[in-house]
Design a binder for this molecule. Structure first.
Ligand code: CUA
Length: 161
């Protein structure tokens, strides 16, 4: 069978692109600890006001020193806001939504999850660089989606505890 030279070139180019894309996924998954969500927990989105955790979403420090941040996303804000956490300590985020699907991406980190009504998204991150980070909603959620943002403040000086 005769395959034209140009066709051959394009076939190889397509194969190389697929290898490149698949490789990018594998490399970033390994190097940046990017992985699909694995936490499965439900919550009644209609009853968040009566929920002991999500009626007053806040930052709590457990007895072992680990930090838990409960977050409720709603059109078009996150609460609490700002979120203040210490540097160099594992911070577990627990997100849910009271209305529609929202995104929760901490710009400049690998923290990126969805806040889905009825579910609790959970992941743990350790921030090594103190500073102010923007939290963006990256799921289209309505007319003011582009305005939906929060602030994360990572504070230094807690690493000795
Ligand atoms: Cu919330 Cu887009």
């Amino acid at each position: 069978m005769n395959v034209e030279l140009y066709e051959r070139i394009w076939m190889w180019a397509a194969v190389m692109l697929i290898v490149l894309f698949a490789g990018t996924v594998i490399v970033t998954a390994a190097s940046d600890a990017v992985h699909p969500p694995s936490h499965m927990e439900t919550v009644d989105p209609q009853a968040l006001a009566d929920n002991p955790e999500f009626s007053n979403p806040s930052v709590t420090i457990r007895q072992d020193g680990s930090v838990v941040v409960s977050v409720v996303a709603q059109m078009f804000s996150f609460s609490p806001n700002p979120i203040e956490v210490p540097a160099n300590r594992p911070v577990t985020f627990r997100l849910t939504s009271s209305d529609v699907d929202h995104g929760f991406e901490i710009v400049g980190s690998n923290a990126n999850a969805m806040a889905i009504p009825g579910y609790v998204s959970q992941f743990t991150v350790t921030f090594t660089k103190p500073g102010t980070y923007t939290i963006g909603c990256n799921e289209y959620c309505g007319l003011m989606h582009h305005d939906m943002a929060g602030t994360l403040v990572v504070k230094d000086g807690e690493s000795s505890r």
